[in-house]
Design a protein around this ligand. Structure first.
Ligand code: F6R
Length: 639
């Protein structure tokens, strides 16, 4: 994409937008490989600064692939990792040392002696000198040639939380609450996340010769835009990269979505005014000037960079009315279509009625969090709803929940007498496995199975709360999840079959799914990827042509009104019912779910645009398969 000078003025760091995280990872891998080869030719060592977390996983996989294909050797590479939790043992399953081994170093030929990772297993009084030595080692290695970074939602690079100074060096820091919350899932609860970390400083990062920051997924969109377009400030450490002469960001399209050139492109140059862009612009203008759509004036358009739109589609009033009507038509209390009503302007067709509906939930709870109210409506309105949980969700269950369950079962069995011995034995076996495991080891299959069963029980209760009988609740327990761990999932042909079977069996008129905008290694994104491959493979089957696919929002992001094709309002009572259903997911209490507020604030947005004032709203986007990137199906898909 050619960058206009207006974009350059706003984007104070060079940003490349890749079509996907894989494509972005390939660009970074190219940079790394060419640096390594160049240095090798000169008989020098390449010094890399490396991050951990979800973001670099795709990059490490790509580098491992190239290494296996003998395209690159890492014998001449020296690495410095950005950070490590403190305190943490080296073999803790969330330690960055272990992460780097599992995700990268164990699969390449970098010599152990050339790997450097801050040591989180020191005494507190040893940390200061360790940090000084770390800086010294970087200096002795000749400085970092290429520093790769991720970005946290606080804007941190490494663990330089808001408040870190531009000249800071490697040191012990206290983690921000948001950072700890983001790590809570991996540590099975916020309380288990270490409070501190050892991190290279902002100054250390800035002294690298070249810096590339990578970011994938919608969750990073806000902070990427602030770091690139906002002021250089201690409150967003990544903004200091604006002062580096050779720094750039490589992001995927969801992570780029809040950059002005993507979000408000009319502010940085002429644009083609498609329907969707016009709707986006009018909604934005309404919030910018704080007026409902129907009250926007010609002056509002002119004074806010939308004079061209006025020429093309104005004057203001008819344009306002058109957009208002579009928004109005997206709101419906009949998500499955209203039988026997004129459906010309409704998001979903009236017939057939009742509809067969399949709701795909990547992990237990995705469904009820983002569309619990809609689920109830579909059932109440007589549709045939099947809810399909793609993965068991056992990885998110804290051990304490297993302890509670086995104690309970054990005690019940003891009260009931001898014939309950098998239950007592089972409890003992599980407790032994847990005791042997050590606090942060991976669970044995037996414990995972029990955790999965605990989630099944919660799911059934939650579904029941939305009016869905247990016989309409299905569990696929997809193998990629059963065999994997967070950040270590790999899709295979075996994952496709159960999904295809369900879809072919029910031949739904509506499918609900989420995950299209998440970080590509998240369970949600993988499940969506799988769905889109399955769907593409069966797109010729007659029933598929009559099936509408609706995307629901993620747990941490939601659609803006301009991109919503269907908005389903909830009354206060319906919202309360939904919250009660969410509460059934008791093992997930440590997760941050701010949903009542989110649904309420979505309703507020509609209210501010001048539409009816509802208590809460759930939103959906229609997915059309031609929009998806083409990829070879995992397997040959036979009917
Ligand atoms: C980790 C690090 C952090 C992460 C950031 C994003 O070494 O330096 O700055 O890059 O927290 O984490 P993910 O990639 O998990 O979203």
């Amino acid at each position: 994409m050619k960058i206009s000078s207006e974009v350059e003025l706003r984007e104070k760091i060079k940003v490349e937008i890749a079509v996907s995280a894989e494509a972005g990872a390939a660009i970074v891998a190219d940079e790394i490989v060419s640096l390594v080869l160049k240095k090798e030719a000169r008989n020098e060592k390449a010094v890399l600064g490396l991050p951990t977390g979800s973001t670099p996983v795709a990059l490490y996989r790509e580098l491992i692939r190239r290494h296996r294909e003998a395209l690159v050797s890492f014998r001449n590479v020296v690495t410095f990792n950005l950070d490590e939790y403190f305190p943490i043992t080296n073999d803790h399953r969330e330690s960055y040392r272990r992460f780097m081994g599992e995700q990268f170093f164990n699969h390449i030929d970098v010599p152990e002696s050339q790997i450097h990772i801050p040591d989180g297993n020191l005494l507190r009084e040893e940390v200061f000198s360790h940090c000084q030595e770390y800086e010294e080692l970087i200096r002795l290695a000749g400085g970092i040639d290429l520093q790769i970074l991720g970005i946290g939602r606080t804007g941190h690079i490494g663990f330089n939380e808001p408040g870190s100074s531009k000249s800071s060096g490697t040191r012990l820091v206290t983690l921000d609450r948001l950072t700890r919350l983001d790590a809570a899932r991996d540590f099975l609860g916020e309380k288990n996340v270490p409070r501190h970390a050892i991190t290279m400083g902002v100054g250390t990062v800035l002294s690298a010769k070249q810096v590339i920051l990578i970011a994938w997924g919608n969750n990073k969109a806000d902070i990427v835009a602030r770091a690139v377009e906002g002021p250089v400030t201690e409150s967003v450490s990544a903004s200091f990269l604006q002062t580096h002469s050779n720094a750039r960001f490589i992001v995927d399209t969801p992570a780029a979505s809040n950059l002005t050139r993507i979000n408000l492109p009319w502010l940085v140059g002429p644009v083609a005014w498609s329907e969707k862009r016009t709707r986006r612009a009018v909604c934005w203008l309404s919030s910018e000037v704080n007026k409902p759509v129907l009250k926007l004036l010609d002056e509002d358009y002119n004074e806010n960079g939308m004079a061209e739109l006025l020429i093309e589609a104005g004057p203001a009033y008819p344009l306002n009315i058109r957009i208002f009507n579009e928004l109005q038509h997206s709101i419906t209390g009949w998500p499955g279509g209203k039988p026997d009503a004129d459906d010309t302007n409704r998001p979903e067709r009236a017939h057939p009625f009742p509809k067969r509906v399949v709701v795909l939930s990547p992990e237990p709870m995705d469904d009820v969090v983002s569309m619990g109210g809609t689920l109830s409506r579909l059932v109440d309105q007589g549709h045939l709803v099947e809810v399909v949980y793609m993965t068991s969700g056992d990885l998110g269950v804290p051990d304490a929940e297993v302890g509670k369950f086995t104690n309970n079962l054990n005690e019940t069995a003891c009260c009931l007498g001898r014939e309950w011995n098998p239950q007592v034995e089972y409890c003992q076996q599980i407790m032994e496995l847990l005791n042997r495991k050590g606090l942060f080891d991976y669970d044995s299959n037996e414990v995972r199975q029990l955790k999965g069963l605990l989630r099944r029980a919660e799911v059934r209760e939650a579904c029941w709360g939305c009016g869905i009988d247990p016989e309409h609740v299905h569990f696929l327990d997809l193998p990629f999840y059963q065999k994997g761990h967070y950040r270590q999932f790999h899709l295979s042909d075996d994952d496709l079959k159960p999904l295809l079977n369900v879809l072919r069996h029910y031949q739904p008129h509506q499918i609900y799914i989420t995950g299209n905008r998440e970080n590509p290694i998240s369970v949600q994104a993988l499940c969506f990827e799988l769905f889109s491959r399955a769907y593409r493979g069966i797109s010729d089957e007659a029933w598929v042509r009559d099936c509408h696919v609706w995307l629901y929002s993620g747990r941490e992001w939601t659609f803006s009104p301009f991109e919503v094709d269907m908005a389903v309002p909830m009354s206060p009572a319906q919202l309360a019912q939904k919250m009660e259903a969410i509460d059934q997911h008791q093992t997930q209490r440590s997760q941050t779910i701010h949903n009542a507020e989110r649904d309420r604030s979505t309703a507020c947005l509609y209210d501010k645009l001048g539409l009816a004032e509802y208590e809460a709203i759930e939103v959906f986007q229609r997915w059309r398969s031609e929009l998806i990137k083409t990829k070879a199906p995992l397997a040959v898909i036979e009917s």
